[in-house]
Design a protein around this ligand. Structure first.
Ligand code: 3H9
Length: 698
């Protein structure tokens, strides 16, 4: 029988006694209004046709339903709501089989759980990832899944938000059967067999949840308390799953709805939804035609087997791309490879990869000593010492040896990419790829477009970032690019604040409470104070004088306290890791303040927050004005993935919009009056938007 349209996106047809409900809503078959309405009507149709014995729900395209249509959240979900649609499926008098391929996620898995049976292809994955959007499964997921898999697995799956591969899902009882061959045929055969065996509907709501001690939920909450600090959704999810064990199904559903509505209205969820779309938008470069051809990257090379180079090479190996690691001496190569192996062995010990994976990945990294050995690779990433002359020399050599069309990337974090490119006769092939340390762990990649970088090089590197498992954000050339340039503003103010009377531990606590994993001083101690010291000394030598120079950290370095690695820095470290405020340092700070003629005073947490974070926003505004970042979302993605900005605040620019640009602008005027305009001049864009009552996002 031919397909009858039930809505724009759902059709109904028959195959013998089986009614087929097909969803076709590209790209991911999200549960838009027309899908919900179509599902409702198609089920009704199947139930009303006397010679239909069972129904099969299947999707066209790459995937089963991947969830609610997140784009509809902003405008409000129209009728019918998803819950009654799923209720109608679950309480239907004829069995319904969900046929799953691709991913059944969020509302998609909830629909499948509303069906009476679930079959899937071996490559399918299922999950309830709403937590990443600051939400909980709001269409019965927290009530039905625990009835199938028990409290512990449900907690892990819904709080963790991960995808479960079909074979594992079958083991857990989420999937009834893994089917080979054509999914539609297999699902129809499965449904026919059900009928032949006289099997009818099997609503999950009728399953009695396992008996559990309610302390499971308290323990779980405690176990995630630190890691999930500041997020709302994980804790609401625990409450909602708990309801499945404490309340009858209908009341549990009502509790889920209540908690879902609270999350939906929260700024945390809005921020996380913003990030979801921003992470996808960031890959699309404004002004770069969609059909820009890509260069093929099948092999790579990394120059420099130090910490950074080794980490970058690991990214290639993790992605299955052969990479040559070049250094000047066999000793450096051996050392670098030794560290890489140790890293992999440690990951294997934690059970995240197998010993085979370790060997496979090691085999993809080939140590080489000569540039001649890398002449045929598709991309080279230079990660040598941060010195312009050395880098230029490397690029001159690359220019002379690499095949035409090879992408020549530099991992510089501070130097001018255009100047590096000028050492070659092919600046159009040169680009920056700024990895963050540790390069094998951190997701962020700032891809730096030079003045002459070719469009296809940009497009290729942006796509390649994803292949390496990174989030690539495109930025322009300037001192510090986006991330470090904004960080610099924050570092400066935090040092001033301490000089004026704030305690380092007070500043750090303000940052921690805001949601950063740690504050600037604990971070500085961890990174090593000597690095910044050297940079400042170089700048002073070069005659670059700061308007106001606070020297207390330099004093600390000069005492041989370089941070955690010397067991002492701004803090002392008795166990090597835990920062402990040190009265000796308080004395040094007070002394430095006195020498600078600064009278120390009590400083409020609010002043710390404003003086550290607002200058970052102001710098962000300048970065946008200058076109260094194309959009505020690029900045947000950089700060979330590279600098620990709390995801539930959506990134600095999104956060700024939430508190209001006028508030920031007014604070700028207040501080300008107190400290002068030098560091407190609002960026014209900030001023303009504040006066217009607008935000960075409109
Ligand atoms: C939910 O279900 C709530 C319910 O519990 C309760 C409701 C009452 N909606 O990621 P990709 C777009 S919450 C709208 O690049 P991939 C995406 O923006 C939802 N749009 O592809 C992109 O658009 P564009 C729970 C969506 O192959 C395009 O599709 N579900 C949605 O790398 C391709 O996406 C989730 O959280 C959506 N739900 O990965 C699953 N999903 O091309 C979220 C995607 O214009 N989705 N788009 O940039 C995913 O995890 C991945 O998209 C998926 C495919 C794994 C499915």
């Amino acid at each position: 029988m031919s397909d009858t349209a039930m809505s724009e996106t759902v059709s109904f047809s028959r195959q013998g006694t089986i009614g087929l409900i097909k969803v076709n809503n590209p790209p991911v078959n999200a549960l838009s209004q027309s899908v919900r309405a179509g599902l409702r009507d198609a089920v009704e149709r199947g139930l009303s046709e006397p010679d239909v014995a069972a129904l099969v729900l299947i999707c066209e395209g790459n995937t089963f339903i991947a969830g609610a249509d997140i784009r509809e959240f902003a405008t409000g979900l129209g009728e019918p709501a998803l819950v009654p649609v799923i209720d109608a499926m679950e309480t239907a008098a004829k069995p319904i089989v969900a046929a799953i391929h691709g991913t059944a996620l969020g509302g998609g898995l909830e629909v499948a759980l509303g069906c009476h049976y679930r079959v899937a292809v071996p490559t399918a994955r299922v999950g309830l990832p709403e937590v990443a959007l600051g939400l909980l499964p709001g269409a019965g997921g927290t009530q039905r899944l625990p009835r199938l898999v028990g409290a512990q697995v449900a907690l892990d799956m819904i709080v963790g938000g991960g995808h479960v591969p079909a074979p594992k899902a079958k083991e857990l009882g989420i999937i009834d059967d893994i089917v080979e061959g054509e999914l539609l045929d297999a699902a129809v055969t499965y449904a026919e067999k059900l009928i032949a065996e006289g099997k009818g509907p099997r609503p999950i709501r009728d399953i009695r949840p396992e008996q559990v001690s309610l302390s499971v939920f308290d323990d779980y909450e405690q176990s995630i308390a630190r890691k999930q600090r500041g997020f709302l959704a994980p804790f609401h999810i625990i409450k909602s799953i708990r309801a499945a064990f404490e309340l009858p199904f209908e009341q549990g559903m009502a509790r889920e709805q209540e908690l879902f509505a609270e999350l939906m209205a929260s700024t945390e969820s809005k921020a996380q939804q913003h990030i979801f779309f921003a992470e996808r938008e960031v890959a699309k470069v404004p002004g770069l035609p969609k059909d820009t051809p890509l260069r093929s990257i099948k092999t790579g090379a990394v120059i420099g087997a130090g910490t950074m180079g080794g980490g970058i090479a690991m990214n290639f190996a993790n992605a299955g791309i052969p990479v040559k690691l070049l250094d000047v001496s066999q000793e450096s190569l051996d050392k670098g490879l030794g560290i890489i192996r140790r890293n992999y062995e440690n990951t294997a010990k934690k059970g995240r990869i197998s010993q085979d994976d370790v060997e496979r990945r090691m085999a993809l990294i080939e140590p080489v000593l000569s540039y001649d050995d890398i002449k045929d690779v598709d991309i080279v990433i230079e990660a040598v010492f941060e010195n312009m002359e050395i880098k230029k020399e490397v690029f001159r050599t690359l220019d002379a040896t690499c095949k035409p069309g090879a992408i020549l990337a530099t991992n510089t974090s501070t130097l001018n990419v255009d100047e590096i490119a000028s050492a070659t006769n092919r600046p159009e092939d040169v680009i920056g790829m700024h990895f963050f340390s540790p390069a094998n762990v951190m997701r962020l990649l700032e891809n730096v477009r030079g003045e002459r970088t070719a469009n296809d090089v940009i497009a290729t590197v942006m796509k390649f970032s994803k292949s390496l498992g990174k989030v690539g954000a495109l930025v322009g050339v300037c001192d510090g690019f986006v991330g470090n340039r904004m960080l610099h503003a924050r570092t400066r103010e935090s040092a001033f604040l301490v000089e004026e009377g704030a305690r380092p531990e007070q500043v750090d606590k303000v940052f921690y409470d805001f949601g950063f994993p740690m504050g600037p001083f604990a971070m500085a101690d961890m990174a090593g104070l000597d690095v910044g010291y050297k940079v400042r000394q170089e700048r002073r030598k070069a005659g670059k004088k700061e308007k106001r120079d606070s020297v207390w950290i330099d004093r600390i370095v000069e005492m041989g306290r370089h941070g955690q690695k010397t067991h002492a820095g701004i803090y002392k470290y008795e166990d090597g890791r835990t920062p402990i405020p040190d009265p000796e340092i308080a004395g040094i700070i007070a002394q430095c303040a006195k020498e600078a003629g600064i009278e120390q005073r009590e400083i409020s947490d609010q002043e710390i927050l404003e003086r550290c974070l607002y200058p970052m926003i102001n710098e962000g505004a300048k970065i946008l004005e200058e076109g260094i970042a194309a959009r505020p979302l690029d900045i947000d993605i950089i700060w979330i993935n590279g600098y620990g900005f709390p995801a539930y605040k959506g990134g600095p620019m999104f956060w700024a919009d939430q508190i209001g640009l006028k508030t920031i602008y007014d604070a700028y005027l207040k501080y300008a009056e107190k400290f002068g305009e030098h560091y407190w001049k609002p960026a014209p864009l900030l001023e303009k938007l504040a006066k217009e009552g607008k935000g960075f996002y409109g």
